[in-house]
Write a new protein. Structure first.
Lengths: 114, 112
């Protein structure tokens, strides 16, 4: 299994809603990532979990809350988002630091905040 | 501060010819470099990578060249095919770290 899956594929939410994005991988990878991508821009790093511990938080607003329940799952909890948070949210995983290994990306969740 | 740059936002190439995509970086601690291909509304797909101990890596139609002294890498696609039309991102990292730094992307169009 060489796949990163993300659900839902599309999400529309109001500014007062609470929703969650889910990411799953069964490759035994120990590093997992959340990125945000706007059209015609590179992926923008949000969070990195390494061995299920948050290792990088790129000064992301608290309305985004990550969670890593186990080594295969990564969630992103959303609350009180703004319209400018509308973007493609990408999850990625990697075997771990060292040994020159690449990130595998999921297909993304297209989020629209009304 | 953009540590990885792709100075050509777009590139058009005739089918069957060579596509050359370029990428520059500023951080001399980077020692692992990757190229990703991305279609609209999809996640990036890994294409090819190179570590700093090499200056060339080849995989089928894709070859990546690394010039460490110039802090420059390039992706060659030969022969180019219409299905190669996508946005290509280069990325760099320090092997001991977990963070990847992405370039701004080059949109490649292969004309049939």
């Amino acid at each position: 299994d060489t796949e990163v899956t993300q659900t839902p594929k599309h999400l529309v939410m109001g500014m007062t809603n609470k929703k969650s994005l889910k990411c799953e991988q069964h490759m035994g990878h120990r590093a997992m990532y959340w990125y945000k991508q706007k059209a015609k821009k590179p992926p923008e790093l949000m969070f990195v979990y390494s061995y299920e511990k948050l290792s990088i938080n790129e000064s992301v607003p608290s309305r985004f809350s990550p969670e890593c329940p186990n080594s295969s799952l990564l969630n992103l909890h959303l609350h009180a988002l703004q319209p400018e948070d509308s973007a493609l949210y990408l999850c990625a995983s990697r075997r771990g630091p060292n040994n020159y290994n690449e990130q595998f990306f999921g297909p993304g969740t297209r989020l629209t905040v009304l | 501060d953009q540590q990885v740059k792709q100075n050509s936002p777009s590139l058009s190439v005739q089918e069957g010819r060579i596509s050359i995509l370029n990428c520059d970086y500023t951080n001399s601690m980077f020692d692992y470099f990757l190229w990703y291909k991305k279609y609209p509304a999809e996640g990036p797909t890994f294409l090819i990578s190179i570590s700093s101990i090499k200056d060339k890596n080849e995989d089928g139609r894709f070859t990546v060249f690394l010039n460490k002294s110039a802090k420059h890498l390039s992706l060659h696609i030969v022969p180019s095919q219409p299905g190669d039309s996508a946005v290509y991102f280069c990325a760099a990292s320090e092997n001991t770290g977990n963070q990847f730094y992405f370039g701004t992307g080059t949109s490649l169009t292969v004309i049939p």
